[in-house]
Design a protein. Structure first.
Length: 175
Protein backbone atom coordinates (compact mmCIF):
# COMPACT_ATOMS: atom_id res chain seq x y z
CA UNK A 1 0.00 0.00 0.00
CA UNK A 2 1.55 3.34 -1.04
CA UNK A 3 1.42 6.60 0.87
CA UNK A 4 1.95 10.21 -0.09
CA UNK A 5 4.33 12.65 1.61
CA UNK A 6 1.80 13.28 4.40
CA UNK A 7 1.38 9.57 5.14
CA UNK A 8 -2.09 9.28 3.62
CA UNK A 9 -3.09 6.12 1.80
CA UNK A 10 -3.10 6.90 -1.93
CA UNK A 11 -4.30 3.60 -3.41
CA UNK A 12 -7.94 4.23 -2.52
CA UNK A 13 -7.82 7.73 -4.00
CA UNK A 14 -8.26 8.48 -7.67
CA UNK A 15 -5.58 10.61 -9.36
CA UNK A 16 -8.03 13.53 -9.61
CA UNK A 17 -8.67 13.38 -5.85
CA UNK A 18 -4.94 13.39 -5.17
CA UNK A 19 -4.46 16.36 -7.52
CA UNK A 20 -7.34 18.26 -5.90
CA UNK A 21 -5.87 17.60 -2.45
CA UNK A 22 -2.44 18.82 -3.54
CA UNK A 23 -3.99 21.88 -5.17
CA UNK A 24 -6.02 22.62 -2.04
CA UNK A 25 -3.00 22.41 0.23
CA UNK A 26 -0.78 24.49 -2.04
CA UNK A 27 -3.50 27.13 -2.52
CA UNK A 28 -3.92 27.44 1.24
CA UNK A 29 -0.15 27.71 1.77
CA UNK A 30 0.36 30.28 -0.98
CA UNK A 31 -2.65 32.34 0.15
CA UNK A 32 -1.35 32.45 3.72
CA UNK A 33 2.18 33.23 2.55
CA UNK A 34 0.76 36.15 0.57
CA UNK A 35 -0.97 37.33 3.75
CA UNK A 36 -4.42 37.18 2.17
CA UNK A 37 -7.72 36.16 3.68
CA UNK A 38 -10.11 33.95 1.73
CA UNK A 39 -12.30 37.03 1.20
CA UNK A 40 -9.39 39.06 -0.21
CA UNK A 41 -8.40 36.25 -2.57
CA UNK A 42 -12.01 35.92 -3.74
CA UNK A 43 -12.16 39.70 -4.34
CA UNK A 44 -8.96 39.58 -6.38
CA UNK A 45 -10.33 36.71 -8.44
CA UNK A 46 -13.51 38.68 -9.09
CA UNK A 47 -11.51 41.79 -10.02
CA UNK A 48 -9.46 39.64 -12.41
CA UNK A 49 -12.67 38.63 -14.19
CA UNK A 50 -13.43 35.31 -12.53
CA UNK A 51 -16.30 35.92 -10.08
CA UNK A 52 -15.68 33.95 -6.92
CA UNK A 53 -17.00 34.09 -3.35
CA UNK A 54 -15.12 33.48 -0.11
CA UNK A 55 -17.05 30.26 0.38
CA UNK A 56 -15.72 28.94 -2.94
CA UNK A 57 -12.14 29.58 -1.78
CA UNK A 58 -12.91 27.80 1.50
CA UNK A 59 -14.35 24.80 -0.35
CA UNK A 60 -11.37 24.62 -2.70
CA UNK A 61 -8.91 24.79 0.20
CA UNK A 62 -10.77 22.08 2.08
CA UNK A 63 -10.84 19.84 -1.00
CA UNK A 64 -14.64 19.97 -1.26
CA UNK A 65 -14.60 21.76 -4.63
CA UNK A 66 -12.53 21.17 -7.73
CA UNK A 67 -11.32 23.99 -9.91
CA UNK A 68 -11.38 24.36 -13.66
CA UNK A 69 -8.14 24.83 -15.54
CA UNK A 70 -9.10 28.47 -16.10
CA UNK A 71 -9.69 28.99 -12.38
CA UNK A 72 -6.37 27.33 -11.56
CA UNK A 73 -4.50 29.55 -14.00
CA UNK A 74 -6.28 32.65 -12.65
CA UNK A 75 -5.58 31.70 -9.02
CA UNK A 76 -1.88 31.24 -9.83
CA UNK A 77 -1.80 34.60 -11.60
CA UNK A 78 -3.60 36.43 -8.78
CA UNK A 79 -1.18 34.93 -6.26
CA UNK A 80 1.80 35.75 -8.50
CA UNK A 81 2.79 32.09 -8.66
CA UNK A 82 3.47 29.58 -11.40
CA UNK A 83 0.69 27.09 -12.04
CA UNK A 84 3.16 24.32 -11.21
CA UNK A 85 3.47 25.72 -7.69
CA UNK A 86 -0.23 25.04 -7.18
CA UNK A 87 -0.34 21.63 -8.81
CA UNK A 88 2.76 19.83 -7.61
CA UNK A 89 3.80 18.68 -4.21
CA UNK A 90 7.39 17.76 -3.69
CA UNK A 91 9.03 17.65 -0.31
CA UNK A 92 12.11 19.87 -0.11
CA UNK A 93 14.86 17.30 -0.19
CA UNK A 94 17.84 19.59 -0.44
CA UNK A 95 18.71 22.89 1.17
CA UNK A 96 18.82 24.40 -2.31
CA UNK A 97 15.20 23.38 -2.96
CA UNK A 98 14.15 24.77 0.43
CA UNK A 99 15.84 28.09 -0.35
CA UNK A 100 14.16 28.10 -3.77
CA UNK A 101 10.73 27.52 -2.19
CA UNK A 102 11.36 30.18 0.42
CA UNK A 103 12.37 32.57 -2.36
CA UNK A 104 9.22 31.81 -4.33
CA UNK A 105 7.02 32.24 -1.27
CA UNK A 106 8.65 35.60 -0.54
CA UNK A 107 8.11 36.63 -4.16
CA UNK A 108 4.43 35.72 -3.81
CA UNK A 109 4.24 37.73 -0.60
CA UNK A 110 5.97 40.71 -2.24
CA UNK A 111 3.58 40.60 -5.22
CA UNK A 112 0.61 40.50 -2.87
CA UNK A 113 1.97 43.42 -0.85
CA UNK A 114 2.70 45.39 -4.02
CA UNK A 115 -0.88 44.82 -5.10
CA UNK A 116 -2.18 45.84 -1.67
CA UNK A 117 0.05 48.93 -1.65
CA UNK A 118 -1.18 49.97 -5.10
CA UNK A 119 -4.79 49.44 -4.07
CA UNK A 120 -4.34 51.42 -0.86
CA UNK A 121 -2.63 54.22 -2.83
CA UNK A 122 -5.58 54.31 -5.22
CA UNK A 123 -7.97 54.49 -2.28
CA UNK A 124 -5.88 57.24 -0.70
CA UNK A 125 -6.00 59.32 -3.88
CA UNK A 126 -9.74 58.72 -4.15
CA UNK A 127 -10.21 59.74 -0.52
CA UNK A 128 -8.10 62.86 -1.06
CA UNK A 129 -10.26 63.83 -4.02
CA UNK A 130 -13.45 63.23 -2.04
CA UNK A 131 -12.06 65.22 0.91
CA UNK A 132 -11.16 68.18 -1.30
CA UNK A 133 -14.57 68.03 -2.96
CA UNK A 134 -16.31 68.00 0.44
CA UNK A 135 -14.27 70.97 1.69
CA UNK A 136 -15.11 72.92 -1.48
CA UNK A 137 -18.82 72.18 -1.04
CA UNK A 138 -18.57 73.15 2.63
CA UNK A 139 -17.06 76.52 1.71
CA UNK A 140 -19.77 77.13 -0.90
CA UNK A 141 -22.45 76.32 1.69
CA UNK A 142 -20.82 78.67 4.24
CA UNK A 143 -20.63 81.43 1.62
CA UNK A 144 -24.30 80.94 0.76
CA UNK A 145 -25.22 81.08 4.46
CA UNK A 146 -23.24 84.32 4.91
CA UNK A 147 -24.96 85.86 1.87
CA UNK A 148 -28.36 84.75 3.18
CA UNK A 149 -27.63 86.21 6.63
CA UNK A 150 -26.49 89.50 5.04
CA UNK A 151 -29.67 89.73 2.96
CA UNK A 152 -31.72 89.05 6.09
CA UNK A 153 -29.88 91.80 7.97
CA UNK A 154 -30.54 94.27 5.12
CA UNK A 155 -34.25 93.33 5.14
CA UNK A 156 -34.41 93.92 8.90
CA UNK A 157 -32.79 97.34 8.51
CA UNK A 158 -35.18 98.22 5.70
CA UNK A 159 -38.11 97.22 7.86
CA UNK A 160 -36.73 99.25 10.77
CA UNK A 161 -36.17 102.43 8.74
CA UNK A 162 -39.02 101.92 6.32
CA UNK A 163 -36.76 102.34 3.33
CA UNK A 164 -33.79 100.70 1.80
CA UNK A 165 -30.68 101.33 3.87
CA UNK A 166 -28.80 101.62 0.62
CA UNK A 167 -31.13 104.24 -0.74
CA UNK A 168 -31.53 106.53 2.27
CA UNK A 169 -30.38 110.12 1.74
CA UNK A 170 -26.86 110.91 2.75
CA UNK A 171 -26.57 113.58 5.44
CA UNK A 172 -23.80 116.14 5.55
CA UNK A 173 -22.40 114.44 8.66
CA UNK A 174 -21.89 111.20 6.72
CA UNK A 175 -19.84 112.93 4.05
Amino acid sequence: MSQDATGNNTESQRPAEISDRIFAGRLLALRKTAGLTQEQLAQRMTMAGNAMHRSAIAKIESGDRSVSVGEAVQLAEVLGADLAELTTERPAVTEEEKVHRDRIELQVQIRALEYETAERHRLLEESQFLYENATDRLQVARDRLSALELRQKVREQQAQFGTSAWMSPVSEDDQ
